[in-house]
Design a protein around this ligand. Sequence first.
Ligand SMILES: NC(=O)c1ccc[n+]([C@@H]2O[C@H](COP(=O)([O-])OP(=O)(O)OC[C@H]3O[C@@H](n4cnc5c(N)ncnc54)[C@H](O)[C@@H]3O)[C@@H](O)[C@H]2O)c1
Length: 433
Amino acid sequence: MTLTIVGAGYVGLVTAAVFSQLGNKVFCVDVVPQKVKMLKKGQIPFYEPSLAEYIDRNIKNKRLFFTTSYRESVPNSQVVFICVGTPPKSDGEADLSYLFAAVEQTAKNLKGYTLIAIKSTIPIGFEDDLEDTVKKYAKVKFEFAANPEFLREGTAIEDTLHPDRIVIGTASKKGQKILLQLHAPISGQRIICDIRSAQLIKYASNSLLATKVSFANAIATLCEKTGADVEKVLEGVGADKRIGRSFLYPGVGYGGSCLPKDVLAFIATSRHFDYDFQLLKAVDDINEGQIESFINKVKKALGLKGDIGNLSQVKVAVLGLAFKPNTDDMRDAPSVKIINHLLDLGAQVTAYDPQAMENAKRILPKIEYAKDVYSAIKDKDVMVVVTEWPQFSQIDLARAKKLLRRPIIIDGRNMFDREKVKESGFSYFGIGR
Ligand SMILES: NC(=O)c1ccc[n+]([C@@H]2O[C@H](COP(=O)([O-])OP(=O)(O)OC[C@H]3O[C@@H](n4cnc5c(N)ncnc54)[C@H](O)[C@@H]3O)[C@@H](O)[C@H]2O)c1
């Protein structure tokens, strides 16, 4: 098929890479000319393992094209995938301005029946407004579909080629057939449904993942109060096949471009349908509370008391900035809130992240950045781990102890072997143990 992918971000680029790899002719449209220029040369604007190889290969095979012009691609496409951002507004509702702009541009260039499949995560019930927008500009037949995306940054290509499920929400058999045909070479269970069910599947999935994280964090707090070990407790809980261990990990809270915003948007969209989603409000509250309790841990580790801690003489090394390992994505990363809190308390912060430092410099200009773990911790009072990059667990503890001013590790992801760290002469503070 000939396809247009609107939005060359994480979702759009990965979708374009995979569908072109599968033999389709794919045009990827973005409004940022600089980005399109880079992409034409095969340069990817963010870090995602193996994406560059796929893009490069398919540009060379002449199956993948980048453009700023809808006119160049939409008129010839059977399917237009909308993959633009739907970031949160200050009240938690999803900002749909990019979505409506993309749909308007698409509508102005439709030449015959086209399926407009929305991959962006959008609130329930916007299909009527979107249809009205298209009808304003196009006289041809068209229809909308909801085809929500579940890829994870860091493993996006693999997730797209081998997803657990493909959700196809359409209003007609025709739309359904087109999407089934297009996805035929991809494995995974097919969930065939109406548009609203598809939209709800996406919000419900992300919200349930967030709920598991907040539940793990609530259990961790209780473990700290009772003297239990959260790692053992959650191992025991997760061993039950009905529950499972995935996302049942305590830490500094969930972050990233999806979970925080989708939880808030789901609360907001539920409100529009007259449902007060109290469970998700608690999930969000617990997540917010993790940052403060982590800062209190830092103060306690340094011998300062609860509310009155002043960190003006303290030098902190923060390891990990991205919201999770294997990405350079800093959107809604817990590190930003933690570092800003530390700076407000007067601390001096030096950070290291294997991939995210360039992006972090724009958001956190007031801290120092180190070239590796060991230069980050040199002469610091405390080492704080915020993102669980696997290489951090390989740190040479003897060398680290010599470099740190005080041998204190605060492990915001419980990634270190607590006993080994203590035996190496460190004071160790994890989450919930
Ligand atoms: N990032 C993820 O891991 C992920 C996973 C699943 C679902 N999603 C959802 O997918 C959507 C996209 O997320 P993302 O992370 O890829 O966003 P992103 O910000 O990385 O990319 C969006 C792209 O759209 C472009 N754009 C904006 N307006 C445009 C327009 N009118 N025409 C053409 N291009 C335009 C932007 O320049 C940008 O390159 C969101 O709704 C998000 O919630 C994201």
